[in-house]
Design a protein around this ligand. Sequence first.
Ligand SMILES: [Zn+2]
Length: 389
Amino acid sequence: MWFSNGKIVDVTDGEVYENRHFEIVDGTITRIQLDAPAASEKAIDLGGKYVMPGVISCHTHLSVVFPFSDTDENENPAITAYRSAQRAHQALIAGITTIRCVHEQNQADLLLRRAIARGWSTGPRIFGAGRAISTPNGHGAGGDCSYAEGFEGFYQAALGELDAGADHIKIFITGGLAHAGESPNTPEMTDGEIAGAVKAAHEHGKYVVAHSGESTAIMQALNQGVRSFEHIYNLNEATAQALASRGAFVTPTLCVTRSESWMRKNHFEEHSIQNALRASEQHLASVKLAIAANIPMVNGTDYPPGDLVDGLPAALHEMYLMHEAGLTPLQTIASISTTAAALLNQSDKLGQIAPNYFGDFITVEENPFKNLDTLRNIASVYQGGIQIR
Ligand SMILES: [Zn+2]
């Protein structure tokens, strides 16, 4: 199938190539050219719109229940999968064509990915963690995590998720904001526990992603080989520099501490709302430090990424928050495309409009590098060359 008359946005350098025609075969872009396809070829006219890679969002929980205390650890997996499928479909319609899940009840991400591959459900491409691994009384308690203790416990638990098909291993190195009486400033894991998860991941060519509140635990996890750090509510300068120098990635999830109306609409408990608002200022200061240190930053929401927050899909809401925090337009767009693809180890397949890349793209009316607001009105969404919206 040909797609004609598009302006191809090169997200690696901000260039735009006008009057381009491209072909997608079996879901992959095969060629992009200036010459129009032959009249005998089937072609969709893109009407001169700007063509960008589909949005990649890297901190998703499709199966999450609000308020968190309503989570039923004995829930029938079919119900978890239905709930997750609805959120996955909603994300895809919103233009989010790839997600990274970082803990799903009943390994719903891995189940859903199989269903999507068979054509039984629709959703973004999924990179999944299965269940996160938590200490028994840690941040994941009550959320249907895999519970473990000690080096061997974490090693075996991580192997369990990898055997089920996980693309990365999720751990909680500190407390968080969700539960009464916990703090993101409390470390929750020993060196041995972190090392056990990292060893299992590395043996499978995978990496570890850590829910991360504060700097001492972040430095500890960095020293044990963790690659991807989430939230960074309380980051100091020295830790920011260490993250940058060792090639770690940060998913700031700024929306978590600045979406009060969304939290109220979704019946969050008052202590969760107050924890989030109290952390807001420090969180933003930490993200600014991370930006100043030039740490690669990716998009992540914690919330279902297609759910509307203040009128925008959460992933786009987050993208604008990251831009306001100081990312340049190029870095902002990279956070939903090339930087995210690098984190997923998919730089040769995802995050660009180029030959040999998946035909996942969105169209917008204006040059996003000149007017980032054009992403507030995504005109159409394609996945593997199939029109979704
Ligand atoms: Zn999360």
